[in-house]
Design a protein. Structure first.
Length: 197
């Protein structure tokens, strides 16, 4: 039997997240090796476009998760958890719902997989002035003389900055220059080739 037909029967022909009945389609909840109804949710066009990040999140629309998060269907629980996690950064009510939510270990691991994938997508890599990706522990050199705010010295072009630390902002790194730990803009840095001292 086709997956959509199974889901239509399971959901009484309504979106399993918001209960809308128009423009329903199958959403496979990642990761899906082999498409099947247990790994899928029937969703409306509004829910689908926001889940897949094709349109901006309408926070009020997702208040429907207050009901759908209690579904007995693991794929619906996982989808609700992932959406609430996304909303919790700006909506207190979403965090409150997450705090109440209970999932079996297997469903929780499945849900966390999607949250981790979302976080990887959202974090832009830190790059030097040439576009080379920087990671904590890299060594860089300054490509321009920089006046260091709050101190009485200028960091000279060519100064090495060893064992850098990344920050929350992909345009900044932390490192030591003249024994002082400072924040540097990545646009003024160049990664040292491996082994360069």
């Amino acid at each position: 039997m086709p997956i959509k037909k199974i889901l239509l029967e399971r959901s009484n022909a309504a979106c399993e997240l918001c209960s809308a009945t128009d423009n329903l389609s199958v959403y496979e909840v990642p990761p899906v090796a082999e498409p099947n109804s247990d790994k899928s949710v029937l969703v409306c066009e509004t829910c689908l476009s926001q889940i897949e990040k094709n349109s901006e999140m309408d926070n009020n629309h997702w208040r429907c998760l207050n009901d759908s998060m209690w579904s007995q269907i693991p794929a619906v629980q996982v989808t609700a958890f992932r959406l609430l996690t996304r909303l919790a950064t700006s909506e207190g009510w979403a965090q409150d719902l997450l705090d109440m939510m209970y999932m079996e270990d297997e469903q929780k691991a499945w849900a966390d997989y999607g949250v981790a994938a979302d976080n990887i997508e959202q974090v832009a890599p830190t790059r030097d002035s040439n576009g080379t990706i920087l990671v904590s522990g890299d060594n860089v050199t300054l490509i321009k003389d920089l006046d260091v705010k709050g101190s009485n010295f200028t960091a000279k072009r060519g100064t090495p900055v060893r064992n850098i630390a990344l920050t929350d902002n992909p345009e900044h790194i932390e490192g030591r220059v003249n024994g002082v730990r400072i924040v540097l803009l990545t646009c003024f840095l160049k990664k040292m080739p491996g082994g360069e001292e």
